[in-house]
Design a protein around this ligand. Structure first.
Ligand SMILES: Cc1cc2nc3c(=O)[nH]c(=O)nc-3n(C[C@H](O)[C@H](O)[C@H](O)COP(=O)(O)O)c2cc1C
Length: 212
């Protein structure tokens, strides 16, 4: 009885709200921002972030640039993919919880209601940032032929993640956002929080926010 009362008190506490099972993103803005050449001039790694949250529209723009569907008729994506296997899952770590980016639905699907942003990183400066992305390869989607070694497959998945991260870097530069690509992830802890399968491989993470 006491536990029930405590839980009820917690649920009714001001500011508490369960994260939704899915967050529908607004359509990405397909115009605006800096030009490609201006963005290339501005691209750099940032390591000082403001805790200010990103508006949903900005989240939408960044995720669509990352790995959104840009050719709906054939399901084509903004980043290239070996054999078009599309092996990269984009995990989205926000204060509200950990989500998976559903590119076809252009929405976020809840994976874990906890704030796991810390687990996406091994560095202090990421603590303040509102958004961390983690690029995870679903290696089981790669149906290899005998001449493709495991080393080849991992290299191709990593190249796909590299293309996704560069899309994000340029989108951030175009929107005057700060970002840094990171290999440093607390891998076992993040894999547990994201409930990854043994065939899922954490490749890269990327911090995004406003510069401090
Ligand atoms: C694959 C890869 C992994 C990286 N890992 C980290 C990282 O874990 N932490 C970090 O602060 N920067 C990381 N970086 C960013 C590099 O340190 C940065 O790109 C480099 O110092 C050049 O600086 P610039 O991006 O401003 O040109 C990584 C970059 C790449 C491409």
């Amino acid at each position: 009885m006491r536990t029930v009362c405590l839980l009820a008190a917690w649920a009714l506490a001001p500011g508490w709200a369960a994260p939704p099972a899915a967050i529908e993103l607004p359509a990405p803005a397909l115009e605006g921002g800096l030009t490609l050449r201006q963005a290339l001039r501005e691209r750099k790694s940032h390591r000082a972030y403001s805790p200010k949250k990103l508006p949903r529209q900005m989240l939408s723009n960044v995720l669509w640039a990352a790995y959104g569907v840009n050719r709906p008729a054939e399901g084509g994506r903004t980043a290239p993919s070996a054999h078009n296997w599309q092996v990269i899952d984009v995990y989205v770590a926000l204060e509200e919880g950990l989500f998976l980016y559903d590119a076809r639905g252009h929405r976020l699907v809840l994976v874990n209601a906890a704030d796991v942003r810390d687990l996406t990183s091994t560095q202090e400066f990421t603590r303040d940032a509102p958004l961390n992305l983690v690029y995870v390869a679903r290696m089981e989607k790669m149906t290899a032929s005998p001449e493709d070694s495991q080393e080849d497959l991992l290299a191709w998945a990593s190249m796909e993640a590299g293309a996704v991260s560069q899309n994000v870097s340029l989108a951030c530069a175009a929107e005057r956002l700060a970002t840094v690509v990171r290999a440093g992830v607390q891998r076992p802890a993040f894999a547990k929080a994201a409930r990854l399968a043994p065939t899922h491989r954490i490749l890269l993470a990327q911090t995004i926010g406003y510069p401090r």
